[in-house]
Design a protein around this ligand. Structure first.
Ligand code: CAA
Ligand code: NAD
Length: 289
């Protein structure tokens, strides 16, 4: 099956980027948002990102306009019922995701492939919730979707070969390099990345170093484009907390998944990172202040 029409659910940090790369690669895209303000903001970010790509001569003005024209925003789940593929990019909460896939399973045409952009949760669980486990895959894009070249394509036990192949082909059509991953916590990248981020927070909690010095260590010493604290702010401290909390409750004896108190404290204070203007650092729009 070749995917032509795509539904994206959530138009936040990830959803807007997924909608954009899908539209630029020629797909008709319907983006569903629960919050009309977030939809407007997400569509604005897509416009800005397309303009940036035009200014850098990575895209012609005509292609940017045509791509934006292929994206339709909605607040109505019904509008996704005929999509070939639906990619979910809502809050990192398994109950909320399962509830959504339950509704999609009752609504969408039988051939619709269901994909989750989850950072950490079980694709198999969402497949079961949808009532169509064969159609369920993980399509894990990376932030910022417009620039990061990877997509993890995750197959659960019941994912069919057809669904997996179609999802992988969609990722490639979006200009990404797919890697196949098993349905295990964090797949490939986050299983390594998230414990590293958590350990950076513990390092600061212990008073071993400041966030700025840890970041300097990893950028200047290891060549990472961002240090762990800038990356935490970039990803969202809430999202990282939800990932760790989910794993900690499922694997209580795994020290690597322990939730650092400082991370929880920042989230409780509403300091979620770039998206709220402050996390471990202060932000002005998309740049560190
Ligand atoms: N669309 C279009 N252009 C964009 C853009 C976007 N969304 N975001 C940035 N750009 C442009 C910038 O405008 C800039 O253009 P100019 O050179 O003309 O100014 C250019 O790309 C480079 O950006 P920056 O100057 O802001 O900074 P940079 O050189 O550091 O590059 C970066 C930005 C590519 C994000 C780089 O810092 C990087 O690779 N950071 C690490 C990101 C990372 O690790 N992502 C994975 C997060 S984990 C995850 O996603 C999984 C999960 O489940 C949590
Ligand atoms: P975000 O908070 O920026 O955006 C989520 C959006 O979903 C919000 O705008 C919210 O209004 C909307 N939403 C929530 N429930 C909804 C519903 N039922 N229907 C429609 N819209 C709904 O979050 P994000 O950072 O884009 O993360 C989204 C998903 O992508 C999460 O599963 C996260 O783990 C994963 N992810 C995040 C990153 C990252 O770096 N932030 C990277 C890869 C994957």
């Amino acid at each position: 099956m070749t995917v032509k029409t795509v539904g994206v659910i959530g138009c936040g940090l990830m959803g807007h980027g997924i909608a954009q790369v899908a539209a630029v690669s020629g797909h008709e895209v319907t983006v569903l948002e629960a919050d009309s303000g977030a939809l407007e903001k997400g569509l604005g970010r897509i416009k800005k990102s397309l303009a940036k790509l035009v200014s850098k001569e990575k895209l012609s003005q005509g292609d940017a306009d045509a791509s934006f024209g292929r994206i339709k925003g909605t607040g109505n789940l019904e509008d996704l019922k005929d999509c070939d593929l639906v990619v979910e990019a809502i809050v990192e909460n398994l109950d909320v995701k399962n509830d959504l896939f339950g509704k999609l399973g009752k609504l969408c045409k039988p051939s619709t492939i269901f994909a989750s952009n989850t950072s950490s949760f079980s694709i198999g669980a969402m497949g079961t919730a949808s009532g169509r486990p064969g159609n369920m895959v993980g399509l894990h894009f990376f932030n910022p979707v417009q620039l990061m070249k990877l997509v993890e394509v995750v197959r659960a036990d019941e994912t069919t070969d057809e669904s997996f192949a179609a999802a992988k082909a969609f990722g490639e059509a979006c200009g990404k390099v797919p890697v196949s991953a098993k349905d295990s916590p964090g797949f490939v990248v986050n299983r390594l990345l998230v414990p590293y981020l958590a350990e950076a927070v513990r390092m600061v909690e212990r008073g071993d170093a400041t966030p700025a010095d840890v970041d300097a260590g990893m950028t200047l010493g290891c060549g990472h484009p961002m240090g762990p604290f800038t990356l935490l702010d970039y990803v969202g401290l809430d999202t990282t907390l939800f990932i760790l909390e989910g794993w900690a409750s499922e694997h209580p004896n795994e020290n690597l998944f322990e939730v650092p108190a400082l991370l929880r404290q920042k989230v409780d204070e509403g300091k979620l990172g770039r998206k709220t203007g402050e996390g471990f650092f202060k932000w002005e729009g998309d740049k560190r202040a």
